[in-house]
Design a protein around this ligand. Sequence first.
Ligand code: GAR
Length: 183
Amino acid sequence: KLKAAVFASGTGSNFEAIMETKHLACEIALLVCDKAGASVIAKAEKYGVPTFVFDAPDKATYEKVIIDKLEESGISWIFLAGYMRIAGPTLLRSYEGRILNIHPSLLPAFPGVDAIGQAFRAGVGTTGVTVHYIDEGIDTGPIIVQEKVTILKDDTEESLKKRIQQVEHQLYPKVINQLLQSK
Ligand code: GAR
């Protein structure tokens, strides 16, 4: 089975959704996390997924360390799931075309942090979820799939977030499986 790593910085609800997927086309063999104490670390431990938590001063150094760890673990794909760092050229070159990201908006609208809040405050009628390949930008790179979420008249930011995350949790594992099975 192909081995993949999830990169995450926070809660890890997308990590959990991936782990709970029956017949996932790959094994999640590593969690990479840049925040000591993030809830996603405890979730990985619950599933018996090895974790690599790092806190390194400069990007070139830490990406080299991460790549060594990925290679040592036999990782061939990377799924970013709430990973709040930009991948640098070192990582991008080593895993070209094999790094996916999920983002809670219809990119190119509302990139960066707090995409759900951004859309809510902008007063748009529709937002959604994007799964895309990454490049050196912030939430840029070729889009694989998008799913729309309507912002309802009585939505709060919280209720909107809940619906968007439900979509994320269905969509990400589905796209991962479709992609890996087509390879
Ligand atoms: C998710 O909504 C994900 O789309 C978003 O962070 C959240 C992480 O939640 N990612 C970005 O905003 C990337 N720019 P989780 O830790 O519960 O999976």
